[in-house]
Design a protein around this ligand. Structure first.
Ligand SMILES: [Zn+2]
Length: 126
């Protein structure tokens, strides 16, 4: 992380998220994107990484519903178009209406005073 040596990858990620920016590490050596952020590329071992803003688009890989007392919410794994798979939730539709393979787009929301990455349904042409 050339631009943030003193900062851990986690701190950079959540710091940028709090500012409204979703960024993931990209490896300059092999062009791979990965998540969760690490300081070494999990594909080739290079530390020549940079932070980039992904398209935000992805596809639901798996989905489930967490049922709470007051409300239920969705928990899903999303495959970003850039490759990484990350755990999140789909908002904006009923938790059990989220379909595997559905196109989704990343949004940043606030929950309990912290920035949280969520996804909402996107058109199939995206
Ligand atoms: Zn690499």
């Amino acid at each position: 992380m050339a631009d943030s040596k003193e900062q851990s990858a986690d701190e950079h990620y959540f710091g940028r998220l709090a500012q409204g920016a979703f960024e993931i590490p990209r490896c300059r050596a092999c062009d791979g994107h990965h998540f969760f952020p690490r300081v070494i590329c999990p594909f080739c071992g290079s530390d020549d990484l940079q932070w980039v803003a992904p398209s935000g688009y992805g596809r639901v890989y798996s989905t489930s519903v967490v049922r709470g007392k007051a409300s239920s919410h969705n928990v899903c794994l999303v495959d970003l178009d850039e490759g990484p798979r990350l755990m999140s939730r789909v908002v904006g539709i009923e938790p059990d209406a989220v379909a595997i393979g559905a196109r989704v787009k990343a949004n940043i929301t606030q929950e309990d005073g912290a920035a949280l990455l969520v996804f909402s349904p996107a058109g199939e042409d995206k």
